[in-house]
Write a protein that binds this ligand. Sequence first.
Ligand code: IPE
Ligand code: IPE
Ligand code: MG
Length: 258
Amino acid sequence: MTVQTAATSFEDGQPPQGPHHVAIIMDGNGRWAERRGLPRAMGHREGVQALKRTVQAAPRFGIRCLTVFGFSTENWQRPAEEVSDLMGLVRAYVGSDLDRLKKEGVRIRILGRRAGLPTDIAAIVDKAEANTAGNDRFLLQVAFNYGGRADIVDAAQAWADKVARGEAAGPLTEEAFALGLSSAGGPPVDLIVRTSGEQRLSNFLLWEAAYAEFVFQDVLWPDYGAEALGDAVAQYHNRDRRFGGRHPASSKAARAKG
Ligand code: IPE
Ligand code: IPE
Ligand code: MG
């Protein structure tokens, strides 16, 4: 039997122990470079290598979807040169890896506002999405020009537009509202990781984080890879997710009492 989720299928019918969807705030590129006396751009470049390692390692841990924060709506405040370096990384990553990712069954989705991106970047991300739309082995979501608040405002606007067109049937529900978010159709977020020691969301996945677990790691993003991801997953396995309810038969406390 095959169990289908929005993004994946499990051939043996038994989904592996989660997390199925890990979202990562890839932070610390600048500090990684500064500590080595290098320009920040070098940190961002090494950050792309870390992303490649992490995407490669993820399926090993039963992860079927990765969402990574690549550029926030607030990152436009950085000096123009750094913004341009960060845009250049999209060209480099997609340019060098799209064919391979496509062959490996990875579907790419970009979360965030398309409007406001340089025209060539918008074209690159459109192409990456279109070329991999038929893949379902792994879902890689890149939050780029993404802000959780902007995304929620856009969803609210989408609903208001529906009402104005006379297309909204019935009251607004959480499910109907979430259809307007850029994450719509993706699997729920199980685990949010932030690297570099900072412990804040910085406007990442505000709505989707509602019942996600959080792991903060001291490693700087360019040093990330299979080992650090494995550590984050191990921490997740020690959590007891209750979603506001009770499930004594499976809770850690009940297991400990025997
Ligand atoms: C994360 O690294 C990459 C982006 C924000 C795009 P930073 O550039 O934020 O690195 P630090 O936090 O300054 O070390
Ligand atoms: C969050 O990191 C954005 C990304 C990782 C793309 P920032 O480095 O921009 O966040 P703050 O400024 O430390 O909150
Ligand atoms: Mg940072």
